[in-house]
Design a protein around this ligand. Structure first.
Ligand code: SF4
Length: 96
């Protein structure tokens, strides 16, 4: 019987090259500090990468990463974008 919530190794077929980690013809950059807690982070040879986005730093440069599983962007009363951590229960519910 298949196990629930089994994490698929999403960087299957990736290989380390002189330029960096190559995955599906794209050179991957390591995740940034803001990615900490995101369920999409995958470790490859002691470094952490995001299979959903090759350049995590750029994804976070202007706002909150829209692929993130650990935070959501919200807008406060002054119209500024706020980072709202997702509660553990909501994260668990998304996995159903
Ligand atoms: S989905 Fe976004 S927050 Fe998550 S690891 Fe990738 S770049 Fe980082």
């Amino acid at each position: 019987m298949a196990k629930k919530n089994v994490r698929i190794h999403a960087l299957e077929g990736a290989e380390m090259t002189a330029e960096g980690l190559s995955y599906k013809g794209v050179i991957m950059e390591t995740v940034v500090e803001k990615c900490d807690g995101c369920e999409r982070v995958v470790e490859f040879e002691d470094k952490k990468y995001c299979p959903s986005y090759a350049q995590p730093a750029i994804k976070w440069a202007h706002s909150v990463c829209n692929f993130a599983t650990h935070v959501r962007a919200g807008v406060d009363k002054e119209g500024k974008v706020k980072v709202n951590p997702l509660k553990a229960s909501k994260r668990a519910a998304r996995g159903r």
